[in-house]
Design a protein around this ligand. Structure first.
Ligand code: CAA
Length: 392
């Protein structure tokens, strides 16, 4: 395995990708952005627009064409994901989870039969995929999970509760990490493919969250839920490593999502500061506002470059544990700051639902928490700094 810390990065976006970006931007502005406030208020899982995203290939971006996906690389994926996030973070989170975790995990670790059964459905958007790692008492310390998978004749019996599951009750395939050997720590976790509707599976009520309301989040409980042997993804005992390696990719997606939300907030603030006058001039002419816009623009560019860098390295087969954590850490914290500062530019109006910046602010906050908190990203980066020392 090669490590990105020693790589010189050289990427540019192809004409083809720029055309795709323009197309997806237009789609997101026309079909998703106008619904975002309504979906946030209800809230409602956006089935109809997800179906349209499926038709465009956005729910199977990384999955090869042989399995019904768009067969694009990670750099293309983050470019397109940013466009969806700039229109609505909830859509982007669902896109990020189903692409970046279940499909990536199936591609890397699935048997031929598992790939053929699930990938075409997921890639087309007919099915949505969910990722079940966290538990009510085991979030950052994921190894402390207590969900059990015990061998029974012909398969496994699952018992336990998973928490914070994006698409809980709405998704069609759940990738579930459960302990097959509780005494073996991280090496005692296995990964299972559990289809929605399997007897013994139930869902909590949607969590009442600060933001990203349309990306419904619930607990998922397994009560003597029996799955066949063929539901095991990868070897028994490999589930934790599978989850961690996949989160390296997932975190690049969350970084792109954070960049998209930050960009939407910046663009709203930029336009408002040009139109709104105070003391006889547009407020952007006041240094306090102008500098704030300059800082937002600079932070977005830096976050985007870290995200592209991690994606570019991943596409070339580098292990990106450190780079993905850096991109997610920087982009999510930048998004939280930028959406906060955008409200400041709008003043009192920014605090109301008359403008979208209050939603951007609420939607951005969780990017510092899900797929690993900022504290976990710092921990991952610190560990990797010392591991990479030996490789220079
Ligand atoms: N790639 C490959 N293998 C990895 C890895 C990676 N990135 N990270 C760890 N591993 C392997 C280790 O090498 C180790 O394997 P060995 O036993 O062979 O040595 C094993 O996994 C255990 O690793 P650690 O010893 O590092 O484990 P740890 O208990 O110290 O914890 C952690 C590691 C980084 C803190 C991890 O628990 C972690 O990332 N926690 C955060 C979990 C998280 O991100 N949750 C988000 C859930 S998804 C979500 O948000 C829901 C949603 O729907 C969006």
């Amino acid at each position: 395995m090669r490590y990105g810390a020693v790589a010189i990065v050289d990427f540019s976006l192809s004409e083809e990708l720029l055309a795709m970006r323009a197309h997806v931007r237009q789609f997101a502005r026309a079909e998703i952005a106008p619904l975002a406030a309504e979906l946030d208020a209800e809230p409602r899982f956006p089935r109809d627009t997800l179906a349209k995203m499926g038709e465009l290939g956005l729910l199977g971006v990384l999955t090869p064409e042989d399995y019904g996906g768009a067969g694009l690389d990670t750099l293309s994926y983050v470019v397109l994901l940013e466009e969806i996030a700039a229109a609505d973070a909830s859509h982007a989170t669902i896109m990020s989870v189903t692409n970046g975790l279940p499909q990536t995990m199936l591609l890397r670790y699935g048997s031929d039969e598992q790939k053929r059964r699930y990938l075409p459905r997921l890639a087309s958007g007919e099915w949505i995929g969910a990722f079940c790692l966290s538990e009510p008492h085991a979030g950052s310390d994921a190894v402390a999970m207590t969900t059990r998978a015990q061998r029974v004749e012909g398969g496994y019996r699952l018992n336990g509760t998973k928490a914070w599951i994006t698409g809980g009750g709405e998704a069609d395939l759940y990738l579930v990490m459960a302990k097959t050997d509780p005494a073996a720590g991280a090496r005692g976790v296995s990964c299972f493919l559990v289809e929605g509707g399997t007897p013994g599976m139930s869902f909590g009520r949607p969590e009442r969250k600060l933001g990203q309301h349309a990306a419904i989040t619930t607990t998922v409980t397994f009560d003597d839920c029996v799955v066949p042997e063929t539901a095991l993804l990868g070897p028994e005992g490999q589930g934790f490593v599978i989850a961690m390696a996949s989160l390296d990719g997932g975190r690049i997606g969350i970084a792109a999502l954070a960049v998209g939300v930050a960009r939407a907030a910046f663009e709203a603030a930029r336009d408002y500061a040009n139109e709104r006058t105070a003391f006889g001039r547009p407020i952007r002419r006041f240094q306090a506002v102008g500098f704030s816009l300059a800082d937002m623009d600079t932070q977005i560019e830096a976050a985007r470059m870290l995200t592209y860098r991690a994606a570019w390295l991943k596409d070339r087969g580098y292990r990106v544990t450190r780079e993905a954590a850096q991109a997610k850490l920087f982009a999510s914290e930048a998004a939280a700051r930028i959406t906060h500062d955008a409200i400041q530019v709008f003043g009192g109006y920014g605090y109301t639902k008359d403008y979208p910046v209050e939603r951007y602010f609420r939607d951005a906050r969780v990017t510092e928490i899900y797929e690993g908190t900022s504290e976990i990203q710092r921990m991952v980066i610190e560990r990797q700094i010392y591991r990479d020392l030996d490789r220079r």
